[in-house]
Design a protein around this ligand. Structure first.
Ligand SMILES: [Cu+2]
Length: 143
């Protein structure tokens, strides 16, 4: 009787650890899917506000079907920080012109853009084609 109880208990443990394994596999699969910090949908960044420590890299991924950009608001980033934009433009105006020209700076569906933030402060940015729809975001960089 005792032994039976023990076996039943052991079987229970075995199936639990099996379940644990498949949960783990599922976990690593979704880790791939979430291998970015900020997703981009029809006309939004998600999350719209994201916090990192100085020196960390933020990864955006276009998780939607439309083309987007990540473009800093030149006058809404710390004074000492360099301007940033997908496409590598050196100014907000250049990024806007590039988009108007030939969708330069676009991040196609499934593509990533990343940027390392060294200087603490708040960085406001937007998506050029969807700015009128309110596609804006903010990165907060802490010390
Ligand atoms: Cu967009």
């Amino acid at each position: 009787m005792d032994r039976r109880t023990f076996l039943a208990g052991a079987a229970g443990v075995a199936s639990l650890s099996l379940a644990g394994c498949s949960a783990l596999r599922g976990g690593s699969a979704s880790a791939d899917e979430t291998d970015y910090d900020i997703g981009m949908g029809s006309a939004f960044f998600r999350p719209a506000e994201f916090e990192v420590q100085a020196g960390e890299t933020v990864v955006w991924r276009n998780t939607g079907n439309r083309r987007h950009t990540v473009t800093a608001y030149e006058d809404q980033i710390p004074d000492e920080a360099d301007f940033f934009a997908s496409g590598g433009f050196e100014s907000e105006q250049a990024a806007r012109d590039g988009w108007m020209g030939d969708f330069e700076g676009r991040i196609n569906a499934g593509e990533n853009y990343e940027r390392t933030f060294e200087i603490p402060g708040e960085y406001h940015y937007f998506c050029i084609p969807h700015e009128p729809s309110g596609m804006v975001g903010k990165i907060v960089v802490t010390e």
